[in-house]
Design a protein around this ligand. Structure first.
Ligand SMILES: [Zn+2]
Length: 251
């Protein structure tokens, strides 16, 4: 894949929306091309800043607006300006909307669900197959902007593998295990990088771990040192929690 093609794909790559093959091609190119890597890092920083600016006053439905706006504007900076304007107009009504909103899934669970569904569909296979947490730690070294230390494979679970990816442009480690035969995705994010997911920080301040649901899936989020570990799968909340505890117990 050449530079101009890679640059066309960068946004989709950062959103984990490329096919597995295209994503692999882009990441392979980025490993060898400093120019494209710098472009990618600039794009990621811009998106992170845009996310922080928006999340300060962001109602749920601004994201719907943003999705609608993204179809209209191809230039991402114009889109950001449009969304920022929309956010300030809508912010006044936002408090009312939040009060009236029924219990709903949270920001990060939507991104997790999309990735987990694609894993289930065979569309996002692990970049490395691994049967031990030590292998996964070695794989992540140098591929994520933070160190990964894990506990052991959860009892009753088979580790399948891992890949480094982005959840809403946030660098993240995706680990897949089959727990009691049920596919579970674990996502590891640095706490300081949670800007795209303000609901995670506010929910963790109330309860650690906390649970929510997303379609057929249970979701668990907990702190592990200065990382946040999130798990998703069709398991009971209790089973998801014991498996997650074992995986992140790095003593
Ligand atoms: Zn290049």
């Amino acid at each position: 894949m050449n530079c101009s093609r890679v640059r066309k794909f960068l946004t989709l790559y950062l959103d984990s929306e490329l096919s597995a093959e295209a994503s692999f091609e882009v990441s392979r190119h980025l490993e060898t091309c400093a120019d494209c890597r710098a472009r990618m890092e600039g794009e990621a920083r811009f998106e992170a800043a845009a996310n922080r600016a928006l999340s300060a006053s962001e109602p749920e439905w601004t994201r719907a607006w943003e999705r609608a706006a993204s179809r209209t504007f191809t230039n991402r900076r114009r889109r950001f300006i449009a969304v920022a304007a929309a956010a300030s107009i809508l912010a006044i009504a936002a408090g009312v909307a939040v009060l009236l909103a029924p219990h709903r899934e949270i920001d990060i669970s939507r991104a997790m669900t999309a990735n987990h569904r694609r894993y289930l569909a065979g569309d996002l296979p692990p970049a490395v197959e691994a049967s031990s947490t030590a292998e996964i730690e070695r794989y992540f070294a140098g591929r994520l902007p933070f160190a990964v230390t894990l506990g052991k494979a959860p009892s009753g679970a088979a580790l399948m593998g891992a890949r480094s990816c982005y959840l809403d442009r946030t660098p993240c480690g995706h680990i897949v295990a089959h727990v009691d035969g049920v596919p579970v995705s674990f996502f590891l994010i640095e706490t300081s990088q949670l800007g795209a997911f303000p609901e995670v920080s506010s929910r963790l301040a109330e309860a650690d771990p906390f649970h929510c649901e997303s379609g057929p899936f249970r979701v668990l989020v907990c702190r592990s040192g200065d990382r946040v570990l999130c798990a998703i799968g069709e398991l009971s909340h209790e089973r998801l929690e014991t498996a997650t505890r074992e995986l992140c117990d790095s003593r």
